[in-house]
Design a protein around this ligand. Sequence first.
Ligand code: HPA
Ligand code: ZN
Length: 345
Amino acid sequence: MSHSSNLEALIRQMPKAELHLHIEGSLEPELMFAIAQRNQIPLRFPSVDAVREAYNFHNLQSFLDIYYEGAQVLLHERDFYDLTRAYLDKMASENVRHVEIFFDPQTHTDRGVPFETVIRGIHRALIDAQTAYGISFRLILCFLRHLSEEAAMQTLEQALPFKQWIDAVGLDSSELGHPPEKFKTVFDRARNEGLLTVAHAGEEGPPDYIWQALDLLKVSRIDHGVRCLEDPKLVERLRQERMPLTVCPLSNIKLCVFPEMGQHNLKILLEKGLCVTVNSDDPAYFGGYLTENYRATQQALNLSVAEVIQLAKNSFEASFMPLDIKQAYIRELDALLQDSLSKTS
Ligand code: HPA
Ligand code: ZN
């Protein structure tokens, strides 16, 4: 077997965690059509293929427009269940052992779908997949940053009766012009309620947005964060704090954050000692789930076995799981690395 097919097998088989996944972004066109039909919602696309052909993006906003359009087929608890279950079935087949997924309640409540319908469907699928496959999970509620802080606060109020099911709040949607500071008060409130915080920052936005997420929103992770390299002081801060970055390589290429995978800065981030993780973001839209993100990145950047394993170890380290479980996964990955090195030497 060639070196690269060995690495592909390792990537598929190694235990890994996904920490940056928008559940609405896992809606495949086939399921979009099936749900649209049973909910009798007209789609402007004549076919599944036509939907896929429309997935040509030139920046974040051009993606978001079609992502919010697709989500409009989701109405009932069963729809949110089927969406989440389909994603988790795939993750089981890729040996993903833990997921921390985002959902965007405002995308649904603004269309009249009750908050409760959304979270009940998602949560039930998470519980069922945990039973079926042993995949553990956390759930992260994201506020849409193009909307007001008052709207985010109302969403947090709706969420509090379900606080037992929610581990953290996050911040997503259109980054430019919507800095983290806009949401300081609602993030303060969420932390007072015992929730952890994360935020998308430094995907299209400048390093200053990453500083704000750290200092004002007191985040436990930065989602994306790839623009940190423009600010050496920030890189040093992230390194010293071992602040995780949930990087999404295929997303970054599809949204033109980098012109091609060979120019992605993930390997440089790793070499600078940052806690980089690999994630899929919106896999139905960006052309690959978690394994494919690792595979494409490894190939384009010629990552070593040790670097691939480091990324998987980082995914557990950066997760919100208890320390003893993190350590068990990290030991398992260290053993895989030793095994792999002894075979090739
Ligand atoms: N960035 C911001 N908002 C999003 C993304 C993203 O990559 N995916 C879904 N909502
Ligand atoms: Zn994202």
